[in-house]
Write a protein that binds this ligand. Structure first.
Ligand code: MOS
Length: 691
């Protein structure tokens, strides 16, 4: 194992080299087309109508004024919209009945010759509701709170190992603290959008999605069609962060409207409506109980998560997960409780479970270090383990300790005075904090094909999705590396459901999943000596049960707190990751930094609340929901340790899309404690709370 950084050395096409994005020039020139930038002949426009009550029934719809507007074409409602087959995912069952499960649920769709007219038509529809009492408040003692059998990702709802109550009670050093997070929103730069048309019974949809194969499957179910009658294109996607990982209403509505008016239809969801219809990170109330011996070794780990789901479908943010992975202990009890409220359905947001869960665990570890008067890096080193506590399986590789040591060295960690509130300059207090990071290695079966052309070039085809990460580029590198061919000789097609089927870009699993299939296809091409090969990794992936696989990392933050205004600013943020083989130094560094910035936003600026009176989110756009701007991120530094893990996949990567956000908020909050000597357990750390 050697230490390295994301320097721009070796700018050839080899695996690991910092190759620039293939589509970069097209994107900067405005030539790369996103879902709403396709305008088929005769295309018309749709605009949605959200429910304006928090719960109830639509009792009447009057579209007569709306349809009288020049250019109006149709108003789809539950009374006239095409019928759908009920899907597993209830959020896609739109305009099928009169129910309003939450404020912002779509109850109608206006269609018109222009987007402006469609909006005017939507606003002119008169709707009456029968309103019912609603409940949107998350409370730990809510009478309808229950223990789910499974949380997101199939994670067991509750786990117990050893006698937690006894070990915690007997521990000479204890932390018992509760941490809260508000709802958080995915706000990709490109709002959710779709352009759809029908021709000779074939549906084509350009959709802003993290996985066109998944969207095609959903549309096939909804419209009771064969998958071969549907093409979904997601060639370029302007971010998703999980909100485009599952199919979303825009593509269903666009397809319904296109069938209804018999014209191509384009639908872009208004930014202010996204929080209600594209999923969000559910709020969490997390009670952490840690018990330790005087030397810092943990004897008891307790992590109780309280969160909400909607009445439309059960989604449980699996925030207790990290406590089942990170540190050894004699006993642990980890679990989730959830209540179905009249809220928009929560879903995936970058590192679901891990991001909020690690905030709680790593904050509690910092509190334990204070209680023990032990350096927080040392506390983590003393509890490192090579066996996954929850399952007893060995880790395929785990270099958490190396990340902590390397990060401490690069950051200058040991120059700190461990006592809080010691660095003051004028009104500013400065402090430093650390937190660990981890994210599971997920991989899904994929297919891919490769063809050797007579001019000596290669054509790789796989329905991967590039959500801005550089997937297209990295997969070309994988192919070139496997074939022993120059990068320029590899042409790659992705982002179209007519290509070999492949899983979505989610769970940091894309590159490993698609790359495995690309590697296998290219290997088989070489072995066969033929001109074409296709590969399917289903059996390879299913064989992986023996090891616990996770990427690890460590974050180091320095913050400055203004004692007059309460403003907290991050002055330095440095992280070191161990995530297997890094396949492209440039795009990997960008992914890490992107995750870290998102963690900074989680710590300092991102806040959302559902107004109990209206049942709707108050922060609904980028003017009210604050994500970090460049000026919020002065010095940010991502490094990695080269990790050679033979138990992963032929490509050797662990996935890097989500680990950057995991633990970052804890490092920042811990630094704020060190700066001020005051512990804050509710994010975000805004001036009104800190001052
Ligand atoms: Mo990510 S939240 O799995 O798209």
């Amino acid at each position: 194992m050697a230490s390295t950084t994301g320097s721009d050395s070796g700018a050839d096409g080899s695996l690991g080299a910092p190759v620039s994005r293939r589509e970069g020039a097209a994107k900067t020139a405005g030539e790369a087309r996103y879902a709403a930038e396709y305008t088929p002949e005769g295309c018309v426009y749709a605009w949605p109508v959200p429910a304006t009550v928090p719960r109830g029934r639509v009792t009447s719809m009057d579209a007569s004024d709306a349809l009288a507007l020049p250019g109006a074409l149709a108003v789809l409602t539950h009374e006239n919209a095409p019928r759908l087959t009920e899907p597993d995912d209830g959020i896609l069952y739109v305009l099928q009945n009169d129910r309003v499960p939450h404020r912002g649920w779509y109850v109608a769709l206006a269609v018109a010759e222009t987007q402006e007219t469609a909006r005017a038509v939507a606003e002119a529809v008169r709707i009456s509701y029968e309103e019912e009492p609603h409940d949107v408040r998350l409370m730990t003692d809510h009478p309808e709170m229950y223990h789910p059998e499974k949380a997101n990702g199939g994670v067991p709802g509750d786990r117990e190992r050893g006698d937690f109550d006894r070990e915690f009670a007997a521990a000479p050093h204890r932390v018992d603290a509760t941490y809260t997070l508000t709802p958080l929103h995915n706000h990709p730069m490109e709002p959710h959008a779709a352009t759809a048309f029908w021709r000779d019974g074939h549906l084509t949809a350009y959709d802003s999605s993290q996985g066109a194969t998944t969207v095609r499957e959903a549309l096939a179910t909804l419209f009771a069609m064969g998958e071969e009658q549907i093409t979904v294109v997601s060639e370029h996607v302007g971010g998703g962060f999980g909100s485009k990982g599952t199919p979303r209403p825009q593509v269903v509505l666009a397809a319904m409207a296109a069938r209804h008016v018999e014209r191509p239809v384009k639908l872009v969801l208004p930014r202010r409506e996204l929080p209600a219809v594209v999923g969000h990170r559910a709020p969490t109330i997390q009670r952490m109980r840690l018990g330790a011996r005087a030397d810092g070794v943990l004897t008891a780990v307790g992590h109780d998560v309280v969160t909400y789901t909607s009445t439309v479908k059960e989604f449980v943010e699996q925030a207790a997960s990290p406590s089942r992975v990170m540190y050894g202990s004699d006993a642990s009890r980890t679990g989730h409780r959830v209540v179905a409220l009249d809220v928009p359905t929560p879903s995936w947001m970058r590192a679901p479970g891990e991001a909020p869960g690690m905030y709680a665990l790593e904050s509690a570890m910092d509190e334990l270090a204070v209680e023990l008067d032990l350096d927080p890096v040392e506390l983590r080193l003393r509890n490192d383990t090579q066996t996954e506590p929850d399952t007893g399986r060995p880790f395929s590789s785990r270099h958490l300790a190396d990340c902590l040591r390397e990060g401490a060295r690069r950051f200058g960690w040991y120059e700190r005075d461990p006592r809080p509130r010691m660095r003051r300059e004028g009104d500013l207090l400065t402090g430093t904090g650390v937190a660990s990071s981890a994210y599971p290695v997920l991989v899904a079966p994929s297919t891919a094909s490769v063809e050797a052309l007579s001019d000596g070039t290669f054509h790789v085809r796989v329905n991967a999705t590039d959500i801005g990460t550089g997937a297209r580029t990295v997969l070309a590198q994988v192919a070139a590396d496997t074939l022993g061919a120059p990068l320029a000789s590899v042409r790659i097609d992705i982002g179209d459901s007519d290509l070999p089927r492949a899983p979505l870009a989610g769970g940091s699993s894309g590159t490993a999943s698609w790359g495995w299939a690309v590697h296998k296809a290219c290997s088989e091409l070489l072995a066969s000596g033929g001109t074409k090969a296709t590969a399917d990794t289903t059996e390879d992936v299913q064989g992986q049960q023996d090891y616990a696989r996770h990427a690890f990392g460590a974050h180091f933050a320095e913050v400055q707190a203004d004692t007059v205004t309460g403003e907290v600013r991050v002055s330095r943020l440095l992280s070191v990751f161990a995530a297997g083989r890094i396949l492209n130094a440039r795009t990997a560094r960008s992914q890490f930094i992107g995750g870290m910035v998102m963690g900074l936003g989680m710590a300092l600026t991102e806040h959302s609340v559902i107004d109990p009176a209206t049942g709707g989110f108050v922060e609904r756009d980028l003017a009210s929901y604050h994500v970090p701007a460049c000026a919020d991120v002065p010095d940010i530094d991502a490094h990695w340790i080269e990790e050679d893990d033979p138990h992963l996949n032929p490509v050797g990567g662990k996935g890097i899309g989500e680990i950057g956000i995991v633990g970052t908020a804890a490092a920042i909050a811990n630094a704020l404690y060190h700066a001020t000597g005051v512990r804050h357990r509710d994010l975000p750390l805004t001036p009104d709370r800190v001052g």
